[in-house]
Ligand binder design. Structure first.
Ligand code: UD1
Ligand code: UDP
Length: 365
């Protein structure tokens, strides 16, 4: 069984790492499975792409479609055109996509129209907010997916509501957690720790990259000002996503406790998260990692497709208004944050389950 694995953006690399490892293990034991890794090129800076391959031991992609950025339509179309050529020239039995980025949707459509089966890892999650491109990517991808691999019972229910059959849905857990648990003992102190003398549980980490928070400069500055003014002078470390950097224009800030740095490697970033007093973010994946590490997390979004990070984990949704920041930080400083627990099957063994299931299904084009 030849599986084309699609990865395009930062969170994808973290999700495909354990899947590739599980395939290589089964292959080394003589099982009939192999893969090609297709990098769409959606993310391309060294610190948004190559660094993850190096740190997480992901094999070099077999193909890089080098599609890069652009508008929603330009990026999606570019990926579809390039992947269609590739899949026609080198047919696969299955195309496996992860997450909810444009690369996920674009490659699913191409595969399905060439009559190649599609497996979606992290299927079924929904924010029900179609103003976000990711929700459209999730809905479209799941509407043509053949095999759904899910992180939660909520995702299973969503899929059934939209007509997926029980025998297509496999509740396997969370591949992002596989990567985190595997690497917990390898996390690496970033340079900034010593440069500014950080102390465990006495600093904040923030990440922001959602268009609703970062595409308008004044909105972004308002959020940042409200954060730095209400953290009791603690350092705030902000590894700036390139989308956000474009809006901030230059790295540099007037607030003495705000430290803008380049995006970090996975091991350095999660070292910071593990030792932070709190993370403030609009990321999806980071809310799962803080849940697993038991670190308080404040999400600057109106909704989440990952409700278990709130109902079970350490995450709290506060919306995108700067006004909501001061009260929630007051709650954090009063020591009232929930302890949280880890959702079912987020146990580090998910990718192994995915590949065992694919082998049983023995998919042929
Ligand atoms: C994308 C995903 C989002 C995901 C995020 C992870 C979609 C619709 N969005 O958002 O779901 O949470 O990745 O980080 O797929 N850029 C660079 N260098 C890079 C990558 C991007 O400079 O290596 C800049 C480019 O100007 C690009 C912009 O960032 O146009 C946005 O990148 P894009 O991949 O389109 O969307 P993200 O905001 O990164
Ligand atoms: N991450 C990282 N370095 C950073 C910021 C994030 O390694 O500077 C990792 C983080 O640990 C998580 C993933 O990137 O595994 C999340 O990606 P992102 O927030 O870009 O996307 P999302 O999950 O929101 O789609």
């Amino acid at each position: 069984m030849m599986v084309d694995i699609i990865a395009g953006a930062r969170p994808n690399f973290i999700k495909v790492a354990p899947i590739i490892e599980a395939i290589l293990k089964e292959k080394s034991e003589g099982k009939n499975i192999d893969f090609r890794l297709i990098h769409t090129g959606q993310h391309y800076d060294k610190n948004m792409s190559d660094n993850f391959f190096e740190e997480l031991g992901i094999p070099q992609p077999d193909i890089n479609l080098e599609c890069g950025g652009g508008s929603q339509a330009e990026q999606t179309a570019h990926i579809m055109i390039e992947f269609e050529k590739e899949l026609k020239a080198n047919p696969a039995d299955l195309v496996l996509v992860v997450g909810d980025v444009n690369s996920t949707m674009a490659c699913s459509i191409v595969a399905k129209k060439l009559h190649v089966k599609v497996a979606h890892v992290e299927a079924g999650i929904r924010s029900f907010d179609v103003s976000m491109p990711e929700e459209i990517n999730r809905m479209v991808t799941d509407s043509i997916t053949d095999y759904f691999f899910t992180t939660s019972e909520v995702a299973n229910r969503n899929l059934k509501k939209y007509g997926a059959e029980d025998n297509q849905i496999f509740f396997v857990g969370n591949v992002m957690v596989d990567t985190l648990l595997k690497n917990l003992s390898r996390l690496k102190k970033p340079e900034i720790w010593d440069t500014i003398g950080l102390k465990a549980k006495q600093f904040f980490v923030i990440t922001l990259h959602r268009p609703a928070n970062v595409d308008e400069k004044n909105k972004l500055k308002e959020l940042l000002n409200e954060i730095v003014d209400n953290v009791h002078g603690f350092p705030v470390i902000f590894p700036v996503h390139p989308r956000t950097a474009k809006v901030l224009e230059v790295y540099g800030s007037e607030a003495p406790n705000l430290h803008l740095i380049e995006p970090l490697g996975y091991l350095e970033f999660n070292f910071l998260v593990r030792h932070a007093k709190c993370v403030i973010t609009d990321s999806g994946g980071i809310t799962e990692e803080t849940t697993v590490m038991g670190v308080p997390c404040i999400t600057l979004r109106d909704n989440t497709e990952r409700p278990e990070t709130v109902t079970c984990g350490t995450n709290e949704l506060i919306g995108t208004s700067a006004k909501a920041i001061q009260p929630v930080l007051q709650k954090l400083f009063s020591g009232q944050w929930k302890k949280g627990s880890i959702p079912d099957l987020w146990d580090g063994k998910t990718a192994g389950r995915v590949i065992k299931i694919l082998l049983k299904l023995s998919i042929k084009k």
